[in-house]
Design a protein around this ligand. Structure first.
Ligand code: HEM
Length: 453
């Protein structure tokens, strides 16, 4: 009989409730330090096995992925995602992934670079030197506009309903709330009314757009038209419900995560003038004051490293979880069917075994030479294996293009006395936003602005 992994001492009734603690990330970090590569706890009736080694994560996400399905939080979110890529399983997921893949083809993504810079320039035209803004709110608005335009080919301003409903849904999609059994959503509580109304409104809007498009078929360049045109080997296409589920998934999975990658990058840059200076040097050298285009992306290597390093320290998806289908053995322990396995980017990506001086914001660690030495799953901001993020290239290009466009025009300086608290909800959100002071940046002034070596 194999032993159960070590873990924290449980309360006899409720076990351990790290997510309800004041600082869940500190709790997980402490437990990983104390108990090692695998630890166990019970949260109420849910058994959790936490895996803290790249090989164990690869085992679950890649080598033995058939033995796992999406965890309870993701399963509970089916009522608004439907059976989209994030939540579906088995043959249905395989078919949807096959049909959706062309929408994320490199050429298709490249097409959106100009949409991205246009919307960013519009935002920047409203920014004023010396004012204080919440960079997180600005990034959320910007990435929503971009994903709505990329998906539907319509202006977000004309679909104000979409952003209002999405905001309500996101306010309510905290990890703890999604763990509650589904009947809680039927309770006659004002919050639940608001949430159900938001989902209904969003559905109406999305179905209206699909219906309009059905009547004017043809490739209009946006992702929806690619999804509508896609045919499976037997000639079948997605019906309206499948289109709705995928569109809803892309809207939600696609905008908050990218906004977070940028928000955390602004936070880190505002704390580190040397990294900021190096970033400006690259932008001045490669762009010389121009707005970036898709062909600049491959030359913006330091900009990309800033994004990668920000996602290492503040991963927008701070954990990935699965439910075990059949009992199995891992690292000398037996893990039973029905248990949850959790793999956390926050823990792995700050592990000193794989990242020297792990708390340091150091984009230079992303040199080719260093990357080759890194075990594959020591860094996995987009997950891995067959369920890896389908939007990873879209998100990386968007983050690089937006960071370059904005940092070319403005410095976002820290506002003293504002505590920045990462909250591990569905995603890793800044509790009170990220307030920064805007400083207009004259082009090509790296040398005189920052006289650092
Ligand atoms: C920085 C931005 C992003 C991050 C950090 C991120 C992270 C992730 C992660 C970790 C997963 C895997 C979840 C799991 O295995 O349980 C995932 C899946 C997914 N993401 Fe992203 N994502 C980002 C951007 C996007 C964008 C822009 C889109 C679409 C426009 C998108 C759509 C999806 C979808 C549809 C899935 C499910 C894929 C499948 O299971 O086949 N994501 N994402």
């Amino acid at each position: 009989m194999l032993p159960r992994p070590p873990g924290p001492r449980p309360h006899f009734l409720i076990g351990n409730m790290p997510l309800a603690s004041r600082d869940p990330l500190a709790v997980f970090t402490r437990w990983a330090g104390e108990f090692g590569d695998v630890f166990y706890y019970r949260a109420g009736w849910i058994q959790v096995y936490f895996l803290n080694h790249p090989d164990l994560i690869e085992f679950v996400l890649v080598r033995n992925h058939q033995n796992f399905r999406k965890d309870r939080v993701i399963r509970n979110s089916r009522w608004f995602f439907g059976d989209g890529l994030l939540t579906s399983e088995g043959e249905h997921w395989k078919r949807q992934r096959r049909l959706s893949q062309p929408a994320f083809h490199r050429d298709r993504i490249a097409f959106y670079a100009s949409v991205m810079t246009n919307y960013t320039q519009r935002m920047l035209s409203l920014w004023q030197d010396g004012t204080v803004i919440d960079a997180h709110q600005e990034m959320m608005r910007l990435t929503l506009r971009i994903v709505v335009r990329a998906l539907f080919g319509v202006e977000a301003d004309k679909t104000e309903e979409i952003s209002r409903s999405l905001n309500i849904m996101m306010r309510n999609s905290t990890g703890a709330r999604l763990l509650l059994p589904p009947f809680f959503r039927q309770l006659p509580l004002p919050r639940m009314f608001e949430l159900r109304r938001a989902v209904t409104k969003l559905n109406d809007t999305v179905y209206r757009i699909i219906d309009l498009r059905r009547r004017n078929e043809g490739d209009s360049g946006d992702l929806l038209s690619v999804l509508m045109e896609a045919r499976d080997e037997d000639g079948s296409r997605m019906d309206d419900k499948q289109l709705r589920d995928e569109v809803m998934t892309f809207l939600l999975a696609g905008h908050e995560t990218t906004a977070l990658a940028l928000s955390w990058a602004w936070h880190l840059l505002s704390q580190d003038s040397q990294v900021e200076h190096k970033l400006h040097q690259e932008l001045d050298r490669v762009l010389g004051g121009r707005i970036p285009t898709v062909s600049d992306v491959s030359s913006l290597t330091y900009t990309e490293a800033v994004i990668k390093e920000s996602m290492r320290l503040y991963p927008p998806a701070w954990s990935v979880a699965r439910t075990v289908i059949k009992d199995f053995e891992l690292g000398g322990y037996r893990i039973p069917a029905g248990a949850n396995v959790v793999m956390s980017q926050w823990i792995m990506q700050r592990d000193p075994r794989f990242f020297s001086d792990p708390e340091k914001f150091d984009p230079d660690r992303w040199s080719n030479e260093n990357i080759q030495k890194l075990p594959k799953f020591a860094y996995f901001p987009f997950g891995g294996g067959p369920r890896q993020c389908i939007g990873a290239s879209f998100a990386m290009m968007e983050a690089v293009v937006l960071l370059a466009t904005i940092a070319g025009r403005f410095r976002l300086s820290k506002v003293e006395g504002q505590p920045i608290v990462p909250v591990p909800s569905f995603t890793l959100r800044p509790k009170e936003g990220i307030y920064v002071e805007l400083r207009k940046r004259p082009y090509g002034t790296t040398k005189c602005l920052h006289p650092i070596g």
